[in-house]
Design a protein. Structure first.
Ligand code: MN
Ligand code: MN
Length: 466
C-alpha cells in the first residue's frame, strides 16, 4: 500500500519552508476567525499580489487576457480568485475549492437578557459541535451589526490581550451527579449556551440593572441599540491565537482548521502562481459548508456559476450559455476539506489502511458520504490516476482515506455540488484531530505537502477525454 512519511519525504533544506509556510498560515488563521474576516484578509492579500476586482474590470469595459489576475468577493463571505490561462476557457479551469465558515456559536436576533445578576447573550450554535466543549473557556465575539441607517459596525472583542473575553458557564462537579449521568449530547444543551457578558449593574428606575449597564456601554463604544441585534451577525469563537504544539513544534492547535487549513493554501497556491498558466486557474473559498452549503454564499448557490458567466462572456466577447457549460464541465477541481485524522486514542472508529494519518501528507478522498457512500461525489478513477501522477512527479507525500470505518458515521463536502456540472472533482485535504472542537490539531508537514500538491495541480492538471 502506498504511504510515505511526509517528514522523511522532505528534500534537503525543505524543513525551513515547512516552518515558514506554517507561520503564514497561522497569521491567516488569526486574522480570519469568521468567513467575513477570511474574505477581508483574502482580498487584502490578493490586492497585494496584484489581483484586481473582476467586476470593476467588467464595468470599465476591459477585456481580460492571458496572465491577468482577478478576484471577486461575494457578499463579503466568499471569494473567487482567477489567473487567466493561455487556453480557451472552454477547455476548463484548474480549480481549488475550500470553505471558510467554521463551527461556532451565533448570537440570536433577540439575545440580550438579565438573570441572577448576569447579563447574557442567548445563542444558536452553527454547524456540528459537541456543545460541552464550548463551556468554561474564554470566547471572543466577532461580527457585524448592520444599522437601519445603512451603516455597519464591525466587531472583534476578545483577541487582544487587553480585551475582555466572554464565557459560558458549566455546572460545578460537586453538584453534577445528574449531569454526569447524561449522554454527551445532553450534558450541555443548546439553550444552555448562554454567554455571560456582564455583571455590574447601574441604577435604572431605582433598581439595579446589569442589562442597562451593558446597553449603555454598547451605545457609548459602538453606537449600538438593543434593537440593532436584530440585523447583526455576531459569532462567538474561541478567544486567542493559534499555537505550535509539541516539544518539536511540529503541529498547530487552532480554531477553524476546518476548513481554513485547505482554504489558505488553496488561495496561496493561486496568489503565488508565477507567469501565465496554460489553463485558467481558480481558487474558490466558500461559505455555509458547515450547514449544508445553503444560502446565497454557500456552494449550492449560483454565485460561482454567475461569476463564471461574467468571466466567460468577457473572455469570449459574447454571452454564450454553451461556452459557460463547456468551461464548467471541462474543469478539474480539488475540493479541499479536512479529513478525520487517525487518532490512536479512538482507534476503534478508524480502518487504518484507509485512514488519514497525521504526518503522511495531503489526503485524497475518492468519496465521502455515509451509509453506502450516500451524498458523496465518488470521483472518477481516471481523474484519481491523474492526481496520483501529478503528486508523484512533484515528490509530494500523499495518502488516500475515507472518513472512519464503514457505517460508523460520515460527512459531506462541496465536491458533489461542483460535480453537478460534469467536472472532475476529488476531495483533497489533510488529517485533523478533534475536528469541530474549539481547538483542532494539524501537522505542519501535512500543510506543506498540501500546498505543494495544490501548486502542482494548478500546473499539471489537464482535460480528460471522454
Ligand atoms: Mn469542512
Ligand atoms: Mn466541518
Amino acid at each position: 500500500m502506498y504511504r510515505k512519511n511526509a517528514w522523511e519525504a522532505l528534500a534537503e533544506g525543505e524543513k525551513a519552508k515547512v516552518a515558514a509556510f506554517a507561520e503564514k498560515y497561522k497569521a491567516y488563521l488569526d486574522a480570519g476567525k469568521t468567513e467575513r474576516e477570511c474574505v477581508t484578509e483574502s482580498v487584502r492579500q490578493a490586492k497585494e499580489a496584484g489581483f484586481t476586482d473582476l467586476m470593476s474590470a467588467i464595468r470599465e469595459g476591459k477585456t481580460l487576457k492571458a496572465g491577468d489576475r482577478v478576484y471577486r468577493a461575494w457578499m463579503g463571505k466568499c471569494i473567487m480568485l482567477f489567473v487567466i490561462g493561455e487556453k480557451d476557457i472552454e477547455c476548463g479551469m484548474n480549480i481549488l475549492g475550500a470553505h471558510i465558515d467554521s463551527p461556532r456559536i451565533d448570537v440570536k436576533q433577540n439575545p440580550l437578557y438579565e438573570e441572577g445578576g448576569f447579563a447574557y447573550l442567548d445563542t444558536h450554535y452553527y454547524g456540528g459541535i459537541k456543545k460541552y466543549q464550548w463551556v468554561a473557556s474564554p470566547l471572543a465575539l466577532h461580527g457585524v451589526v448592520c444599522k437601519k441607517d445603512g451603516s455597519t459596525v464591525t466587531i472583534s472583542i476578545g483577541e487582544d490581550e487587553n480585551d475582555p473575553v466572554f464565557y459560558i458557564s458549566d455546572l460545578l462537579i460537586h453538584l453534577a451527579a445528574d449531569q454526569m449521568g447524561k449522554t454527551a449530547a445532553k450534558v450541555v444543551e443548546g439553550e444552555q449556551l448562554n454567554i455571560i457578558i456582564g455583571s455590574e449593574p447601574v441604577k435604572e428606575k431605582d433598581k439595579p440593572s446589569v442589562k442597562a449597564n451593558v446597553l449603555q456601554l454598547l451605545k457609548d463604544k459602538y453606537g449600538i441599540e438593543e434593537e440593532d441585534f436584530i440585523s447583526a451577525e455576531i459569532e462567538a469563537v474561541p478567544a486567542g491565537k493559534s499555537r505550535d504544539v509539541g516539544f518539536d513544534r511540529s503541529m498547530i492547535a487552532g480554531y477553524g482548521h476546518d476548513d481554513r487549513v485547505c482554504a489558505y493554501p488553496s488561495m496561496a497556491a493561486v496568489l503565488d502562481y508565477e507567469g501565465t498558466p496554460e489553463y485558467t486557474l481558480c481558487a474558490v473559498l466558500t461559505d455555509k459548508e458547515e450547514i449544508g452549503s445553503v444560502g446565497a454564499t454557500g456552494m449550492g448557490a449560483m454565485y460561482f456559476e454567475n461569476t463564471m458567466a461574467e468571466l466567460v462572456a468577457n473572455l469570449k466577447g459574447s454571452d454564450s450559455s454553451l461556452s459557460l457549460r463547456r468551461a464548467l464541465q471541462n474543469s478539474r477541481m480539488l475540493s479541499s476539506d479536512v479529513s478525520a485524522g487517525f487518532d490512536p486514542n479512538f482507534a476503534g472508529v478508524f480502518e487504518k489502511n484507509n485512514a488519514s494519518i497525521v504526518g503522511n501528507g495531503v489526503t485524497f478522498n475518492k468519496f465521502t458520504g455515509s451509509r453506502g457512500k450516500s451524498g458523496s461525489n465518488d470521483c472518477n478513477a481516471e481523474f484519481v490516476a491523474m492526481v496520483r501522477r501529478i503528486c508523484d512527479e512533484a515528490d509530494i507525500a500523499w495518502q488516500t482515506a475515507e472518513l472512519g470505518k464503514v457505517d460508523v458515521g460520515g460527512g459531506g463536502t462541496i465536491a458533489y455540488i461542483c460535480a453537478k456540472y460534469g467536472m472532475n472533482v476529488i476531495d483533497a485535504g489533510l488529517p485533523v484531530l478533534s475536528m469541530h472542537a474549539p481547538w483542532e490539531l494539524i501537522s505542519k508537514v501535512d500543510l506543506w505537502q498540501e500546498y505543494k500538491c495544490y501548486c502542482a495541480f494548478l500546473k499539471g492538471a489537464k482535460e480528460l477525454e471522454y
